[in-house]
Design a protein around this ligand. Structure first.
Ligand code: AMP
Length: 503
């Protein structure tokens, strides 16, 4: 019995001495070297007691070793569970309790905070630092550079990626070998990736975009990556002439455009710029074309489904749209109340089905049943319409999601913290247009007593990741509500639409 994902993404490269990862500040890795490292990590995970199907929770900085840890999990049949590096120990505790991993891999400086949390679920803790050092690497260095790949079926899980829940509880999206592989195959073909591609990779690898879209596509095509630890405009501009392609969130594009060094000549060698994870403003699309001559290719996806739609490679890349359903992906636009398809051009709920659609939420059958219909269609929570030429336009989100700098933020989670603060009667958290982050988090507080905003900010900083912390606070008299008692966030958004505008 084979291991579909390993056999397609990794195994073909076992004797490939071509470059895979180019890390400007550290050593480069050929495919062969990368796979030897992955095999050593797989040996280490198995020595730590990892069995097929066990979860391996990973909260580490981006490094070659961190990506090899993903490959190692695939090879030894474990379920890779990456966590945002910004999460606090309190936040990580929820994921560890929910997923019950056999191994937790964390940064050395988080060891003492996470060890007792891991211990309570019987997980072993290994460390991996940004420079690749740590107890994981120490142990791996003593093992063989080969590993007998563990068999898996196409429906076995390869990864669990947590998405935040609108009710404040995060949900673990279960991704099978088939889900990941089918999407990578579609994207390599659709975006015409080949082994001559060099992808400029500045995305985080705990999220589907940087992990599956970017890395799986590169691996399947046998291409290479210039692998940066994070987005840094100087490094991006420096590395562009050596790259052929880039995947980014809209913020990457606005930041590049803000720098006068970024010009036509710098991007002359580029074949393709791709954007996703949040809406790319049509004006950014146009400014980018005016500056570079390139039309950004915008696509739409989500953790639960990988990629669903994309603008065409050869045809017209239409600004403000996310293009067409990808081959193999079936998209319906339905009435959110009845589930019946709406007429072409009308706004409705986007629903998708295909081999890319996940296997449900980890240990949450009732949530899975709410979102995933029996006929295989996932109710995405995104509202959109299809124009007369078949291009999909995303017009809003049914959920209350705020997307800031490409990160999804669910207001409820922040509101729960704010509501508990002294002097706060109730709160509402919204996203307001932000020139750099797309949206910025704004908190509206209703007071029951004297409010100490500095104290509240300090408490919030102690328990929520930085990207979730409100950038602005306003104390208001009352929250607008409809007759059903629901807070009318659209009214709050309108009232604070200019909150981040200068002047
Ligand atoms: P995530 O699960 O973090 O990948 O977030 C998925 C959500 O991001 C989707 O449900 C959409 O709301 C949003 N999204 C992703 N790509 C786009 C895009 N190109 N335009 C607008 N929204 C997007």
């Amino acid at each position: 019995m084979p291991n579909a994902l390993y056999d397609a993404l990794f195994k073909p490269h076992q004797n490939n001495s071509a470059a895979f990862l180019r890390t400007p500040d550290q050593a480069d890795y050929s495919y062969q070297q990368f796979l030897a490292l992955a095999a050593q990590i797989a040996n280490t995970l198995v020595a730590a007691g990892t069995q097929p199907g066990d979860r391996v929770a990973v909260q580490v900085h981006k490094s070659a070793q961190a990506l090899a840890l993903y490959a190692a999990c695939v090879q030894c049949g474990a379920v890779y569970l990456p966590l945002n590096t910004a999460y606090t120990a309190t936040e990580v505790e929820y994921f560890v309790n929910d997923a019950e991993p056999g191994v937790v891999v964390c940064n050395g400086d988080a060891h003492d905070a996470l060890a007792p949390i891991a211990q309570r679920v019987g997980a072993k803790v290994l460390t991996l630092n940004a420079d690749g050092s740590g107890t994981l690497s120490d142990a791996a260095a003593t093992t063989l550079t080969t590993f007998a790949t563990v068999d898996r079926t196409a429906d076995d899980l390869a990864a669990i990626l947590y998405t935040s829940g609108t009710t404040g509880r995060s949900k673990g999206a279960m991704m099978s070998h088939k889900n990941l592989l089918s999407n990578a195959q579609t994207l390599v073909d659709y975006w015409q990736f080949s082994e001559s591609d060099v992808l400029l990779h500045a995305l985080p690898i705990y999220h589907t975009h940087g992990l599956f879209v970017a890395s799986n596509v590169t691996l399947l095509a046998g291409a290479s990556m210039i692998y940066l630890p994070a987005f840094n405009v100087d490094q991006m501009i420096e590395q562009l002439p050596a790259s052929t392609s880039m995947m980014g969130v809209p913020t990457f594009y606005t930041r590049l455009l803000d720098d006068a060094r970024f010009d036509r000549q710098r991007s002359a060698h580029m074949r393709l710029f791709i954007s996703g994870s949040a809406p790319l403003l049509a004006e950014t699309h146009e400014a980018f074309e005016a500056r570079t001559g390139h039309r950004i290719l915008e696509r739409y996806g989500m953790t639960e489904t990988n990629m669903n739609t994309s603008n065409p490679y050869d045809g017209e890349r239409r600004a403000g749209t996310v293009g067409f359903p990808l081959p193999g992906v079936s998209l319906k636009i339905t009435d959110p109340e009845t589930g019946a398809p709406v007429a072409r051009g009308e706004v409705g709920m986007l629903e998708v089905s295909g081999p890319n659609v996940f296997r449900g939420y980890w240990r949450m059958p009732e949530k899975t049943a709410e979102d995933l219909r029996e006929n295989g269609y996932l109710i995405t929570g995104d509202l959109g319409r299809m124009d007369e030429d078949g291009y999909v336009h995303i017009v809003g989100r049914n959920k209350d999601l705020v997307i800031s700098g490409g990160f999804n933020i669910y207001p409820k989670e922040i509101e729960l913290v704010l509501d508990e603060q002294p002097g706060v009667l109730e709160s509402a958290v919204i996203g307001a247009p932000h020139p750099d982050f797309g949206e910025g988090v704004v908190a509206l507080l209703v007071a029951s007593d004297a409010i100490d905003l500095e104290q509240i900010k300090a408490t919030v900083a102690g328990c929520l990741a930085k990207f979730k912390q409100p950038k602005l606070y306003f104390v208001i008299d009352e929250l607008p509500r409809n007759t059903m008692g629901k807070v009318q966030k659209n009214k709050l958004r309108d009232a604070h639409a200019n909150a981040f505008k200068p002047g």
